[in-house]
Design a protein around this ligand. Structure first.
Ligand SMILES: NC(=O)c1ccc[n+]([C@@H]2O[C@H](COP(=O)([O-])OP(=O)(O)OC[C@H]3O[C@@H](n4cnc5c(N)ncnc54)[C@H](OP(=O)(O)O)[C@@H]3O)[C@@H](O)[C@H]2O)c1
Length: 255
């Protein structure tokens, strides 16, 4: 019989590492596949988990990494019980201030990698499989000053909600997770160490809670997970008011 596995990208720090720790507590999983570039971090994490692991030190900016992953899936033929598409990057700044290479990497990692890995994984999913796609509160509307990142996360939100509907008959749940800012390596790098904006600092979430709520909502077949009051408020505001007006207010508050 095929072994039941979980796959987590970006497991070497922040939210991904927390997903690994909480998924480790789920019964019935035989292996957790941990993906990121920093192998030493993955090995450290693997040592603290009860569940067996497979370490895959892959750079998801390289298309070859997806060939490696697909061949491994075809060779071992596991059932993917949980897939967490979590690896991501982004940097605050005006569109003209961020460099071309960096922005291309944001699109490759946040958009293309999520799409490719989901496609590669689906043949190994079955009724009951849970896919969690890590988006952001930034997905709810365009964000001047964080434009490429916010647009990349909107892609994840729209792709994943559509997939959830497409896969409903097959009993596969796709839950899009939209956290508010969390104080991880991402947050420090994306905002620059000098000034973490006061507005963003107000609604800082703890990765532990984001993961707990996300896993609970995905277990209940929900298509979206928003785990704090501030993010829920932003979502409602983005639905009610014209984005043009909200963007003006944000620009005014931030500058
Ligand atoms: N922190 C926030 O404020 C916040 C808010 C909303 C949403 N999010 C989203 O949450 C997710 C996790 O972010 P985080 O806050 O936990 O940040 P983090 O601590 O910086 O984690 C990012 C993870 O992505 C991996 N990664 C980066 N580039 C990669 C590449 N080329 N190939 C493979 N893996 C790569 C990193 O591992 P290696 O460096 O070892 O490769 C790391 O494990 C991201 O999708 C982010 O957009 C974050």
């Amino acid at each position: 019989m095929s072994k039941k596995i979980a796959i987590i990208t970006g497991a070497s720090s922040g939210l991904g590492r927390e997903f690994a720790r909480q998924i480790d507590e789920i019964d019935g999983l035989e292996e957790i596949w941990l993906i990121a570039r920093r192998e030493d971090r993955l090995l450290e994490l693997a040592a603290e988990l009860k569940t067996a692991t497979q370490i895959m030190a892959l750079d998801l900016l390289r298309e070859k990494s997806f060939d490696i992953l697909e061949s491994e899936l075809k060779r071992q033929k596991p059932v993917i019980s949980i897939l967490v598409n979590n690896a991501g990057k982004g940097k605050a700044g005006s569109f003209t201030s961020t460099d071309r290479e960096y922005d291309s990497e944001v699109v490759l990692l946040n958009v293309q990698a999520v799409m490719l890995l989901t496609k590669i994984a689906l043949p190994f999913c079955e009724r009951g499989t849970r896919i969690l796609q890590i988006s952001s509160v930034a997905a709810f509307m365009p964000q001047p000053g964080f434009s490429v990142y916010a647009a990349s996360k909107s892609f994840v939100l729209f792709l994943s909600r559509a997939l959830n509907e497409e896969l409903r008959q097959q009993g596969i749940t796709v839950t899009t997770v939209c956290p508010n800012p969390m104080e991880t390596e991402f947050f420090v790098n994306s905002e620059g160490s000098k000034n973490i904006s006061r507005i963003k600092s107000l609604g800082l979430e703890k990765p532990q809670k984001v993961v707990r709520v996300a896993l609970s909502r995905s277990a209940r077949g929900k298509d979206i997970s928003v785990s704090c009051f501030a993010a829920k408020t932003i979502r409602v505001i983005a639905k009610i008011f014209p984005h043009r007006i909200i963007m003006r207010v944000i620009s005014w508050l931030v500058n």
